[in-house]
Design a protein around this ligand. Structure first.
Ligand SMILES: NC(=O)c1ccc[n+]([C@@H]2O[C@H](COP(=O)([O-])OP(=O)(O)OC[C@H]3O[C@@H](n4cnc5c(N)ncnc54)[C@H](OP(=O)(O)O)[C@@H]3O)[C@@H](O)[C@H]2O)c1
Length: 461
């Protein structure tokens, strides 16, 4: 039998709390965390009632605009109308313009552009702020766009407009575009790269807001993170990163609101990986662990190298972000992770010519018996296995590990690839605030980023 690679799991005490009633939030249903295929069989996002109201406020504010007079609304409607008729007819400055520079045009970036193109005109009418894509960059090339090129990306990427990528130049272009209309500049980083994160401080110092689902700044060197926050404090330009944890689920915002409102958060714990959520929601006695990983791979849930999911680094980044939100001065390395990748396979290479994921899953079969034992032990105790990240404020400690939960615990009730987050605080006790729903996928992630964009737009009214 293979040497045990997971220590005996601790048992979480049986708890009497349960999640609040269901509520549909801004997150759209989806089937796979990495694809954008919609599914109607997924439960809606859940969040406690009053918090739900706060979380839905961004979208609600887009539905009505009581502070804008009928005449102003009429003027804006006219501007939208004239823009629809002629891309160059609308006089810039008629309505305040948010000039957006997009860095990263992959799954999330492209979905965000689709959402912006679809919702932009109606938001202009309802909020009274115009959205304009002023620049877009991929890893090697970028396009700096003249005014009124909103629909530049509507028909796909136009190679005739591209030039070599230069993110500093992109930032300068967007800030200049905003200055020319008296609007605001916003850079949206839809990459997983460190390169844009290195520029956040400069962008914010230049007056541009930054919004991102990229976890690099929030979980990278603390000194850089501090500089970004200090720049934001200095200039008032915002650093927004709701989609870094829970994708489209409101997690960062509610935690920030509680802290600012004077609540004392004690613990934040949750299932923050859609892939690992799927694996442990699907894995049942009689099924081999490697078979479930294979199913996750076939459904498109896993990274090309499944070790990137099973290793827990993504969850470690999210826990670091939440820990910092709660005042802990932690680095990524301060969050211990119990990897699900057997030690022998951590530095392993696939035989040449073989698909890495398939070969890795074949190797994983050797550890199925050991994993079976963990599941059997949990079953016997009427418990489930869940891969959980946690921050404990009092002790200043954070962790990422496979743990056991009673079957009536909210973490046991997750479905499909749900994320769930439980916040225990002075106010939320003995029952914590619970936020649950689809926590990955380009559509919900882009929706989370779009929520941040609308926050900026609302601030411009
Ligand atoms: N997809 C999800 O379900 C999900 C969920 C939650 C959070 N996120 C986060 O969202 C972000 C984007 O994810 P994704 O799935 O959209 O990734 P993706 O499909 O791999 O796209 C990444 C994009 O970033 C571009 N890029 C990489 N390095 C760059 C650089 N230095 N400068 C400019 N552009 C650069 C890539 O350029 P090329 O086009 O040239 O390759 C690509 O367009 C990541 O931080 C991810 O962790 C994603």
């Amino acid at each position: 039998m293979a040497a045990p690679y997971l220590s005996r799991l601790s048992t979480v005490p049986r708890s009497t709390w349960s999640p609040a009633p269901g509520l549909s939030a801004l997150a759209r249903n989806h089937r796979s965390p990495r694809s954008q295929t919609p599914a109607n069989d997924h439960p809606p996002c859940r969040v406690s009632a009053w918090r739900a109201a706060a979380c839905a406020a961004i979208l609600a504010s887009a539905q009505a605009c009581p502070r804008v007079s009928a005449a102003a609304r009429g003027r804006r409607a006219q501007a939208v109308h004239s823009r629809a008729g002629s891309a160059t007819a609308c006089a810039a400055g008629d309505v305040p313009t948010l000039h957006v520079g997009l860095v990263g045009y992959g799954l999330v970036g492209q979905e965000l552009v689709r959402q912006m193109i679809k919702e932009g005109p109606s938001l202009e009418e309802k909020i009274g702020v115009r959205l304009e894509i002023s620049a877009v960059s991929r890893s090697k090339v970028m396009a700096l766009l003249p005014s009124d090129s909103f629909n530049f990306l509507a028909d796909g990427w136009d190679e005739s407009k591209e030039e070599p990528a230069d993110l500093e130049k992109l930032g300068q272009h967007v800030v200049k575009a905003a200055a020319s209309t008296g609007g605001r500049a916003l850079i949206v980083d839809n990459t997983a790269s460190d390169a844009p994160a290195e520029l956040y401080e400069a962008w914010i110092l230049a007056g541009a807001d930054v919004a991102t689902p990229n976890k690099r700044a929030g979980s990278g060197p603390f000194s850089r993170y501090e500089k970004i926050l200090a720049a934001s404090k200095k200039t008032g330009a915002r650093f927004l990163y709701e989609a870094t944890v829970g994708a489209g689920l409101p997690v960062v915002g509610p935690v920030q609101s509680l802290v600012r409102a004077g609540d004392e958060v004690e613990t934040v714990e949750g299932i923050f990986s859609g892939t690992l959520s799927f694996i442990f929601n699907t894995w049942k006695p009689g099924v081999k662990f490697s078979e479930v990983v294979k199913e996750a791979k076939e459904k498109g849930f896993t990274e090309p190298d499944p070790r990137d999911d099973l290793g827990g680094t993504d969850v470690q980044r999210k826990v670091t972000i939440l820990g910092r939100e709660l005042g802990l001065k932690i680095e990524l390395e301060d969050v211990p992770v119990k990897s699900l990748v057997p030690e022998k396979l951590q530095q392993w290479d696939a035989p040449s010519g073989k698909n890495l994921a398939d070969a890795f899953i074949e190797e994983l079969e050797a550890y199925d018996d050991e994993m079976d034992k963990l599941l059997e032990e949990a079953e016997k105790a009427n418990e489930v296995l869940r891969f959980v990240g946690a921050v404990e404020v009092k002790s200043g400690k954070a962790s990422v590990k496979l743990d056991r939960y009673p079957k009536d615990h909210p973490f046991a009730g997750t479905q499909f690839a749900d994320n769930i987050c439980a916040v225990s605080s002075k106010w939320y006790t003995p029952r914590p605030l619970v936020i649950q729903g689809p926590g990955a996928g380009a559509a919900v992630t882009a929706a989370g980023v779009f929520g941040n964009i609308m926050e900026v737009m609302n601030g411009m009214r």
